[in-house]
Design a protein around this ligand. Structure first.
Ligand code: SF4
Ligand code: SF4
Length: 74
């Protein structure tokens, strides 16, 4: 399970989540969604750095971000 899931189809590219992440793990993309914005996306390749702090989710005015805790199977 990916730790951060962004509903890119509904994102308005305000960039609040980008600013909120202390680890800079969210960026605005190059693709254009159905609303005509370039949606935010989570940098999956750096997922290990995500602390699941959920600051990104708290900042999104449209509540488009879900944050999951890392599953520990040890
Ligand atoms: S949960 Fe925290 S560390 Fe992870 S992407 Fe969101 S703001 Fe960044
Ligand atoms: S805060 Fe929400 S609407 Fe704004 S860029 Fe991030 S995901 Fe998109």
């Amino acid at each position: 399970m990916q730790k951060v899931i962004i509903d890119e189809a509904r994102c308005k590219a305000c960039g609040y989540c980008v600013s909120a992440c202390p680890k800079s793990l969210i960026e605005l993309g190059d693709s254009i969604n159905q609303l005509g914005y370039q949606p935010a996306f989570f940098l999956k390749e750096r997922e290990d750095e995500c602390t699941s702090c959920a600051l990104c989710a708290q900042m999104c005015p449209d509540v488009l971000i879900e944050v999951f805790k890392e599953e520990k199977n040890k």
